[in-house]
Design a protein around this ligand. Structure first.
Ligand code: SF4
Ligand code: SF4
Ligand code: SF4
Ligand code: FES
Length: 490
């Protein structure tokens, strides 16, 4: 029964226990990729390295036995740097986009592929909601945004970029009530705190909306009698479209106090937090105020408003105002053959919904346009452990550049599970799981050295390889390499 210390904490474990198990006992977390409880360790990833202070060696915690008197450091600079190098090496040969290029380019970060899949599935209200949630003013922007997302759309390499702007506009205009009905599920953790936003241009409205979604009671102030700020000067924008969107925000619980100047002292006294949304902030300086800059590009103003809301929220919760951007693996430009591989993805979304009769023709054409999306985003953007640790350890995908990047390849287009070899870190968990499940075919490592790949033996389909263990394999796979084709993870 060894006694050892993990980061100075005493741990008493059963003989034969691993250092990882000892760390778990004292609630010290060690990152793992190739480890699965109850399975013999393979030590293929080495991310679990820790320092044995007596020998000065770095050892893999998942396979090293806990020994009496051992002193383990799980977090020193040497361990951190080794883990970062391991992640950088894994990422140097990783072929995957965590985010779709269109979403990356959209300043307001609209989850475009998800919205398009919802359209294809016939879930128009849900598509409208995604547009509303991310853009605040999806119909208004549908008239005035220069659509930078479309310039980055990969469908342009096949024929023409998807008409993303028209689609979010049409979803929003045909589902003005999309704010309603989602309030209960999306406005989480309502807090008793109240916040004020001074200025009702695109940045101010987006800031108020994001704060509302974060659970705050929110009031927007403006000297002008109508909300909208500089948006009211847009000649191509029908004002009833803007009015309807402002009304939606009001229906979602945002209060508006318009048509009179506001006393900053009253606001400071009555509200827990204040955001100034405008272009000039002279005279608006007082302690703990936040700023959302309006911008001549309305979608950029929306992005500024959202960022100010997140900063205020963190401040009110006593957290650091700056949030690290999530790690984003990037493939870059696709080769012609890879574009064709992604074209097969178009048909990968099941049409589950029914056509909405009141939208009629608009619905049909929206569905066929959205059906051209290549779904460039990853299927496991939240559950992927590689992404999570890359962010945690500040990994840099370009630290060890590969001579030639691997290929984008998708296996199982018409099946429930999709396998992307470029995202596989060869941890072997799926191979072991199919064996444990007694799969007739299962998965196996085929080839040697650098060319080793996970495959179903005899060139059989994924479906035949994963008759029993598909769910367990998808859940255990530490990356987006194995994922269910039609399950959304957000
Ligand atoms: S597998 Fe993980 S790291 Fe790779 S693209 Fe998907 S989410 Fe990003
Ligand atoms: S094809 Fe779809 S996911 Fe890919 S960039 Fe275009 S809209 Fe985005
Ligand atoms: S596909 Fe299999 S070997 Fe590859 S990362 Fe996923 S679980 Fe590991
Ligand atoms: S080597 Fe320990 S988790 Fe991979």
């Amino acid at each position: 029964m060894p006694d050892l210390k993990i980061n100075g904490l005493p741990a008493h474990v059963e003989s034969g226990a691993s250092v990882l198990e000892a760390a778990e006992m004292v609630f010290v977390e060690i990152p793992t990729l190739c480890h699965l409880k109850g399975m013999k360790p393979d030590t293929s990833c080495m991310l679990c390295v820790v320092k044995d202070t007596a020998s000065g060696q770095l050892i893999p915690a998942c396979s090293a036995r806990a020994v009496d008197g051992m002193e383990i450091d799980t977090n020193c600079a040497e361990v951190q740097s080794a883990r970062r190098d391991i992640l950088n090496l894994l990422l140097s040969e990783h072929v995957g986009d965590c985010e779709a290029p269109c979403t990356r380019i959209c300043p307001a970060h609209l989850d475009i592929p998800l919205m398009l899949r919802e359209i294809v599935r016939g879930n128009m209200e849900s598509a409208a909601w995604i547009a509303r949630r991310d853009l605040t003013l999806p119909a208004t922007l549908g008239y005035i945004c220069p659509a930078p997302c479309e310039t980055g759309c990969r469908r342009g390499q096949v024929d023409k970029a998807i008409t993303i702007r028209d689609l979010h506009r049409s979803m929003a205009e045909n589902h003005e009530g999309s704010v309603l009905g989602f309030n209960d599920t999306e406005i989480r953790g309502l807090t008793p705190k109240v916040v004020a936003v001074i200025g009702s241009g695109a940045a101010g409205l987006a800031c108020a909306w994001r704060l509302r979604l974060l659970g705050y009671g929110c009031t927007v102030f403006d000297e002008k009698p109508q909300a909208g700020g500089a948006l009211r000067e847009e000649s191509v924008l029908p004002m009833d479209v803007l009015d309807a969107e402002v009304e939606s925000l009001r229906e979602a619980g945002i209060a508006f106090e318009l048509g009179h100047a506001v006393s900053l002292h009253t606001v400071a006294e009555k509200y827990n937090g204040v955001v100034f949304a405008g272009t000039e902030f002279a005279g608006a300086h007082f302690a703990d105020a936040f700023y959302a800059e309006e911008h001549k590009l309305a979608v950029k103003a929306v992005a500024n408003g959202k960022a100010a809301a997140v900063a205020l929220d963190r401040f009110l919760k006593g957290e650091k105002p700056n949030v690290a951007k999530p790690f984003d693996s990037k493939i870059g430009k696709l080769r012609e053959s890879e574009v064709q591989e992604l074209v097969k993805n178009c048909a990968a979304v099941e049409q589950t919904g029914k056509s909405a009769p009141h939208v009629g023709q608009t619905f049909q054409s929206a569905q066929s346009e959205a059906g051209k999306c290549l779904h460039c985003d990853c299927r496991k953007p939240v559950g992927c452990k590689l992404r999570k640790y890359a962010e945690q350890y500040g990994a840099d995908q370009r630290e060890f550049p590969a001579d030639e990047r691997g290929h984008v390849q998708l296996i199982g287009h018409s099946e429930a599970v999709v396998f992307e070899p470029g995202k596989c870190i060869k941890c072997g968990l799926c191979v072991k799981i199919t064996k444990r499940a007694g799969e007739a075919l299962g998965l196996a490592f085929v080839g040697r050295g650098f060319n080793t790949q996970v495959q179903v033996p005899f060139g059989e389909s994924l479906q035949n390889g994963l008759r029993e263990a598909a769910k367990d394999c998808v859940e255990a796979c530490p990356t987006g390499a194995l994922a269910f084709r039609n399950e959304e993870e957000r």
